[in-house]
Design a protein. Structure first.
Length: 216
């Protein structure tokens, strides 16, 4: 399949297994305590232990983590680190994230208002960027679509980077989201749930069936 998929907001073994069996390339675990999809590092380990016989790329998802918290997260079984943050965050903090985990493992998710130009000073810190729906008071998980036009512009401007489209992608709009943005990777979360933190296997399967049918 020509489009990679991350299923984010995994909180339990069943959803992790269903996502991987459907074809997910990555699983996202939200460590941000204020998220309704929050999971502890201890529970991440339980889920990971249940998947030991399955190839799985795990992503730690957090909002402006402190360096001491990141040090703890690094001791867990994650391959990538996706960090959401406001645009006015001190650049030194972002530089330290990059130094700790490496630019190739860091996924930056800046909070960008619709129509905003991409803050190109961030390009030096990471190889991968997540573009999510904008909300004044939330960092992801809104169920709303991101600014697809801006996503396309960023991807065209900086094709050497990896761009991930997030924000309300589900069975009804997955094909149009990829067609309109030429996204090579998408992030599934709220639009494949029955409630926050509980995925619907039929919705996940439907997304993958649409992708296989249209983008193989």
């Amino acid at each position: 399949m020509g489009v990679e998929v991350k299923v984010c907001g995994i909180t339990n073994k069943r959803d992790a297994l269903n996502a991987l069996q459907a074809g997910a390339n990555y699983l996202g675990f939200i460590l941000y305590p204020q998220s309704p999809r929050h999971i502890t590092l201890e529970d991440v380990k339980l889920v990971s232990d249940s998947l030991k016989d399955i190839t799985c790329m795990k992503v730690a998802v957090d909002v402006t983590p402190k360096l001491e918290d990141l040090a703890l997260i690094q001791k867990a079984d994650f391959q990538f680190y996706q960090f959401h943050f406001p645009l006015d965050l001190d650049k030194e903090i972002i530089r330290q994230w990059s130094e700790m985990v490496g630019p190739s493992n860091l996924w930056l998710a800046p909070k960008l208002p619709p129509g905003a130009g991409f803050p190109d000073h961030l390009l030096q810190y990471a190889e991968t960027f997540v573009i999510d729906a904008y909300s004044q008071d939330k960092f992801g998980g809104t169920g709303k679509s991101a600014d697809w036009k801006s996503f396309s512009e960023y991807q065209n401007l900086y094709p050497e980077k990896k761009w991930i489209l997030a924000g309300g992608i589900g069975p009804e709009n997955v094909v149009s989201s990829v067609v309109q943005t030429n996204a090579r990777m998408i992030d599934l979360n709220s639009a494949v749930e029955s409630k926050p933190g509980q995925k619907e296997v039929d919705k996940i399967k439907s997304v993958f069936e649409s992708l296989k049918k249209n983008f193989l």
